[in-house]
Design a protein around this ligand. Structure first.
Ligand SMILES: [Cu+2]
Length: 182
């Protein structure tokens, strides 16, 4: 009985240890503007706070207006677990999307987006900053949360396998039934 308890404890400890590294990468903890916040004026900056420090290189942050323009007015500044970009005003009223990509301490890239509303058009609407729109749009449209999900890009439709399996099974049943009635 005592031995069983020791084995159980060992298995639990080993499981806990093997799970720990997978959850060690950074996750977004909060943002300013907060998710779905409604603002009547453009903030001076956008701040993203992660649950742990992220790497100071490779961070990208975009602030995309309803018409697809990136309003981020600086490169992202990484300070430990916070990432900040300056804003020089925003554009039309509507839904904006903060898109981010950072690399966490364990080397995993973390991407996501945070929507917020601008209820009044911003005074700076006339002069959108010019940035690489193709790239920023791609970042803004990234999946809303962790994108470590590996896509199945083998291209082979699984339903074909299902149809074949069902067809083979059905013909086997028919064959067996026919044999029995004869
Ligand atoms: Cu990780």
């Amino acid at each position: 009985m005592k031995r069983l308890a020791v084995i159980a404890a060992t298995v639990l400890a080993a499981t806990a240890l093997s799970i720990a590294p997978a959850s060690a990468h950074a996750a977004l903890q909060s943002s300013n503007p907060a998710e779905n916040a409604a603002l009547d004026a453009a903030p001076d900056e956008v701040t993203l706070t992660f649950n742990q420090a992220v790497q100071s290189n490779f961070a990208t942050v975009t602030v995309i207006s309803p018409d697809g323009i990136d309003w981020a007015a600086s490169d992202p500044a990484v300070d430990g677990s916070t990432v900040t970009v300056d804003l020089d005003g925003l554009g039309a009223a509507g839904e904006y999307t903060i898109g981010y990509r950072v690399v966490s301490a364990d080397g995993h890239p973390i991407t996501g987006s945070v929507p917020f509303q601008l209820t009044q058009p911003s005074p700076a609407a006339a002069t959108p900053p010019t940035t690489n729109l193709d790239f920023t749009n791609e970042a803004a449209q990234a999946a809303p949360q962790d994108t470590e999900v590996v896509e199945d890009d083998s291209g082979f439709p699984i339903w074909i396998i299902a149809v074949v399996v069902v067809a083979v099974g059905a013909s086997g049943v028919l064959f067996a039934l026919r044999k029995r009635t004869h």
